[in-house]
Design a protein around this ligand. Structure first.
Ligand SMILES: Cc1cc2nc3c(=O)[nH]c(=O)nc-3n(C[C@H](O)[C@H](O)[C@H](O)COP(=O)(O)OP(=O)(O)OC[C@H]3O[C@@H](n4cnc5c(N)ncnc54)[C@H](O)[C@@H]3O)c2cc1C
Length: 427
């Protein structure tokens, strides 16, 4: 299917209802309002209040490779056998989880990894270009910082092993990091403990403050006439054949529209029966702790590879984040998982956390087994599109996702090949 198949000469001024006010829904709305449409965003909770709120804030085109890679399954099993591992699967009799794991395992080979990598790269690069344009806008004040992303290895052997991956990324995608051995690493980032293995600095990556980004997008959208309805949970669709006429909430209130975009993140599978397609998304739970900056605060955002902890310095704040838990829709704030972040960071930083905690948080990453989002039309409903399943990269992929959705709706040629993201690939 190409973009033109969806176009029925869409009239400007038509009403588009977007389900989900996370970073993906927000960027879809920005594009659609910009093209002269009336936009309503409905959210079951607060706009920007779910996974897009407390994440690490990396806009990282370096994250090309998907989780499903050669050796990932054995690595996952080893991690699960270690006590206090940042990676955890709560095994349970869930057909959707087992199906997801089975498909994921089948993708753990080089050929499939490279197929996903190519499609991720396109979306990441396009989003970075769009972010750079957006950051020039006076209304956008979200602590954008072009300081790159430093991957820190605890052991020299791990540091050296990354060289072949770096070479492959350079050769295949033109993306690469600068190596810093132990001594150079100490000079580059004085907040690190001495004696670490080394680090790779992806200098093209950037970071921002996610809650500020969402606040700016909200203000902009409202100033352009978009309506945001919070505490409005969609429980179903009203349809005439393959045509959706309205979304309906728990109280049987309806919002009518001409087009519908489902951007409900990790909760999208809960609407799958209504959507007319498979939505193999599992919630991949992660945590963050935000504090005041430690006295010896890192200058650079960093990922501590072996312990899977990420660090982000903000203005007047500082965040530790990550861990990955496949535990279904578990909404507990587990203190043990939060403590793991601090314990992991302690191996690398003199001061792993500031003195005053500002927020303890979790989010459900919308994980697909091929590491790619679902962007494009529902295979069954002719005026409904999906924009969900952005895995660990929703913030980094949001602007290009919004652009693709607008291009689908406009019936315009896509600015990048949209085939790999089609929801129809799942049947
Ligand atoms: C610890 C952690 C760190 C991360 N760090 C990064 C990072 O550094 N860089 C990066 O790119 N990504 C990062 N991510 C991933 C990123 O946060 C997600 O990919 C992204 O937020 C997904 O955005 P979304 O808009 O799809 O989902 P969400 O932000 O979850 O938004 C979906 C919205 O849909 C609403 N909704 C759901 N169902 C319904 C319904 N039935 N009716 C109405 N509304 C509904 C929800 O209330 C929610 O507000 C991180 C994630 C975690 C957990």
């Amino acid at each position: 299917m190409n973009h033109a198949d969806l176009s029925h000469a869409p009239p400007r001024g038509e009403h588009v209802v977007i389900v989900g006010g996370g970073v993906i829904g927000a960027f879809c709305a920005l594009e659609l309002v910009g093209s002269g449409r009336k936009v309503t965003i409905v959210d079951a909770g607060r706009f920007g209040g779910a996974c897009s709120h407390g994440n690490c804030g990396y806009v990282c085109p370096s994250h090309i490779l998907p989780l499903a890679a050669p050796g990932a399954m054995s690595g996952a099993v080893r991690a699960m056998l270690r006590p206090n591992s940042p990676f955890k699967i709560k095994l349970r009799p869930s057909p959707s989880l087992w199906s997801w794991l089975w498909h994921f395992a089948r993708r753990c080979n080089k050929a499939d990894m490279m197929v996903s990598a190519k499609a991720r790269h396109a979306l990441l690069q396009s989003s970075m270009t769009l972010y750079r344009q957006l950051m020039a806008e006076p209304w956008m004040q979200c602590e954008w910082s072009p300081r790159g992303l430093l991957m820190v290895h605890h052991e020299p052997r791990e540091f050296e092993e990354f060289e072949s991956t770096n070479e492959m990324l350079r050769r295949e995608f033109g993306v690469f990091a600068t190596p810093h051995d132990r001594a150079a690493l100490e000079r580059l980032e004085p907040a690190l403990r001495p004696g670490l293995g080394g680090g790779w600095h992806f200098e093209q990556d950037c970071h921002l403050r996610p809650d500020r980004l969402l606040a700016c997008l909200r203000a902009r959208l409202e100033s352009l006439g978009a309506e945001i309805r919070e505490d409005w949970q969609v429980r179903g669709l009203r349809r005439g054949g393959a045509h959706v006429t309205a979304v309906v909430n728990q109280q049987d209130e309806a919002i009518e529209g001409e087009r519908f975009v489902i951007a409900a993140g990790a909760l999208t599978p809960q609407l799958a029966a209504e959507l007319g397609c498979r939505v193999p998304i599992q919630p991949g739970k992660g945590y963050s702790i935000t504090s005041t900056p430690p006295r010896l605060c890192p200058r650079l955002p960093m990922i501590f590879e072996a312990h899977r902890v990420a660090v982000t310095p903000f203005e007047g704040a500082y965040r530790l984040g990550s861990t990955m838990e496949f535990a279904g829709y578990d909404n507990s704030l587990n203190p043990k998982r939060l403590a793991l972040l601090q314990a992991g960071a302690r191996h690398y930083l003199e001061e792993p956390l500031g003195t005053t905690i500002q927020e303890r948080w979790f989010g459900w990453r919308p994980m697909t087994w091929d590491g790619l989002p679902l962007i494009g039309p529902s295979p069954r409903l002719n005026n409904l599109l999906l924009a969900a399943g952005h895995n660990m990269l929703g913030l980094s992929m949001a602007p290009a996702t919004g652009r693709l959705i607008r291009e689908w709706i406009d019936g315009e040629p896509a600015h990048l090949d949209p085939t790999a993201y089609l929801p129809a690939r799942f049947g």
